[in-house]
Design a protein around this ligand. Sequence first.
Ligand code: HEM
Length: 413
Amino acid sequence: MADPTLLDQIKDPKNRADPYPLFARLRESPVSRQHDGTYVAATHASVASLLYDPRISSETLPPSERPLTGNPFTDWIVKPIREHITDTHRPFIFRDPPDHDRLRAAVMHQFTRERVQAMRRRSDRLVADLLNRKCGAREIDIVDDLAYPLPVTVICELFGVPTEDEPKFHGWATQLATALEPDSLDDAEIRAKNSRCFDEISAYMADLIAEKRRHPADDMLSGLANEAPSGIGRMGDYDLIATSILMLVAGHETTVNLITNSMLALLRRPDALERLRAEPGWAPRVLEEVQRFDPPVQFRTRKALADIPIADVTIPEGAPVVLLFAAAGRDGCAYADPDRFHPDRHDNRHFGFGGSLHYCVGAPLARFETEAALAALAGRLRKPRLIADPPPYRPGAALRGPQHLRLAIAGID
Ligand code: HEM
């Protein structure tokens, strides 16, 4: 029987630099009950089984609750209306079929091959420009100088957000990503900050959508706001706002962390970094291995819609369920030599982009942005050396990655 407090230990920031020994202990039981009644799936087989189980729901957010303002009109009229709208128009990552499927299909319709290919070329250029800005420097922070600005520019350009408004999304994305950290939802202060931030970004998106209706352009938001594809239809305004926010936020911190977790793995293995420098086409294999070995999305939370017998337990209806993707990635029953970083492996069925209905819609973007970043960093940084190992980590346990990844360098080619 695994220790029922292991999940608490995983969430504890002092274990952030290396939670993998804790995951190994959790894998002793395919699914274990934690002291607070949460069930954790930690083996490859149990995560796969629950991820594809229709009795598992993604509707995990508690009812929204905005802080009181002291103004009776706002508190008694506006607040309940806004809360109702928020609760009935959640972003589709937090929704089940059929609503999830309809909203997701509308987004996928806009992910045309032409748009994705154009952004791929643009991404190579953006990476080159960001590195050019550091020419002559003897130190670089992979997070601030490259990994952080890249994804926000890519998604803003794809959605047609004006360049001058991009900086606003940095703060919004970081704040709203806390909604993916289960414990933050119990923290009244974080919830209040999130709802203020959600109101700000919603107001911004409502104006931008109105603008895209007046002057449609060739971007995803114009497509979503104006087109009604057959069999899918046009999204209502509140769903469109929630969907745009999801798209603008979901791919930000995750991509930052994939780039930095990958660089950290390479810098700790100079032979691998040297190989990538000589062979930039190896980057896709490196990033897929990082998705197994040290993934940015370590776990996602679900809810059981019925009693679910699995392995030697029964998850009761209503119980929260944690799918520990990062533990599944190190499962010796699924992978040969699981603790070895080995990009050439052929058994890599990782959950880094999830799986089933909620498989990441932004995976192609995340892949080409990370490939471009890794190939350029390996190819252009001269004699890179980690200044701190382990680096300082971001506070969250669900989205894991360094806060900064500072390197001493001899220059940039
Ligand atoms: C390295 C970067 C990324 C990683 C590691 C990542 C990971 C994931 C994972 C694990 C899920 C599944 C969530 C679940 O099962 O509940 C997911 C879903 C999602 N991702 Fe990503 N993601 C990345 C980049 C992106 C980007 C760039 C975008 C947007 C442009 C994006 C948009 C989404 C959306 C909208 C969903 C929800 C899909 C659904 O519910 O059907 N992601 N992502």
